[in-house]
Design a binder for this molecule. Structure first.
Ligand code: ADP
Length: 301
């Protein structure tokens, strides 16, 4: 097959692995820099222009859209959908997953376990906002944060009030969430492909750190999911409409709760921790599912 990987950097581990695994399976793989794509959207036959020429019609597209380029990146994915290429994750699903509030609202509507969460822009009753999620300790999150930056734990209601006031002073959108103490500074990353969890790892934060992000010195090991955890991850992916995603779960004393669903999950952490060929499994999914115009919204979303 002719496959495009949309990525800003061909040197990244995930991008390199996608090229390597695709070529190993006999595919023709092009790495396309998302921000260098441009298009004349008024042409009756949709095309994507790249470095002065029309890109060919790809059988499949693997979008790796970083959080900082969601807006332009999803427009490029949409253009490929309009051309009839099978996009592993659709543009609408990627946009949906990038909006934390929208994601949590969608998951909650379908009864997926979530940490008790409140969100606010300019609450006139901060005490009530904190009380609403069960009181301190709570976690306060900047909506725009990634890699654990902008995630703060407040041990007392007073500290929570001050932090919320400070964030509000900066006009930031925030989430206030029940702190899942029993997770013990760890979380579970479930890597979903199609309707299966193909690999799972437990990430443990560094000593004295409640955030388990690998970028913050956390470590990862292979993890065997319970039936309930597996079902939660698969359902969350389905609700978000993502074929390939990372579902992050905390083990709470009221069952598994979903923290986040990531539409461009990294391959390095999961492949190293589990010793699985996750890139190869994604190609297996593409080989079974990619046929022209199989993308559900065909760019209409
Ligand atoms: P980011 O998207 O920036 O990584 P997360 O929401 O995933 O932010 O939070 C970073 C880390 O903080 C998580 O991996 C988890 O270990 C920890 N964490 C986040 N929310 C909670 C919570 N409600 N209770 C306990 N730990 C949490």
């Amino acid at each position: 097959m002719k496959i495009a990987i949309l990525s800003r950097n061909e040197k990244l581990y995930s991008t390199r692995r996608f090229r390597e695994a695709g070529e190993l399976r006999g595919h023709e793989v092009d790495i396309i820099d998302t921000l260098h794509c441009y298009m004349d959207i008024t042409r009756s036959r949709p095309v994507v222009r790249y470095r002065g020429t029309d890109l060919p019609k790809y059988d499949a597209v693997i979008p790796r859209i970083g959080a900082s380029i969601t807006f332009y990146g999803t427009a490029v994915v949409r253009q490929f959908e309009m051309m009839g290429s099978f996009c592993v994750n659709e543009s609408v699903a990627i946009s949906r997953s990038r909006d934390k509030l929208r994601s949590l609202q969608l998951l909650s509507r379908k009864d997926i376990g979530l940490p008790r969460t409140g969100f606010a822009n300019r609450p006139d009753n901060i005490k009530d906002l904190i009380k609403n999620v069960g009181g301190a300790p709570v976690v306060i999150k900047l909506l725009e944060g990634t890699q654990g930056i902008g995630v703060v734990k407040a041990d007392t209601n007073k500290a929570a009030e001050s932090i919320i006031e400070a964030f509000m002073g900066l006009k930031a959108n925030i989430l206030v969430q029940e702190f899942i103490e029993e997770a013990g500074g760890s979380d579970i990353r479930c890597f979903v492909v199609g309707n299966k969890v193909v690999a799972a790892m437990k990430r443990q934060g560094a000593e004295g750190e409640f955030r388990s992000n690998l970028h913050r010195g956390g470590s990862a090991t292979l993890f065997k999911l319970s039936k309930e955890e597996r079902a939660t991850a698969i359902n969350a992916a389905k609700i978000m409409g993502l074929n390939v995603c990372g579902v992050d779960i905390l083990q709470s004393n009221h069952g598994p709760v979903v923290m986040e669903v990531n539409s461009s999950p990294g391959l390095e952490g999961i492949e190293v921790a589990t010793n699985k060929d996750v890139a190869g499994l994604i190609y297996e999914f593409i080989e079974t599912n990619a046929s022209p115009n199989r993308t559900k919204t065909k760019g209409k979303g």
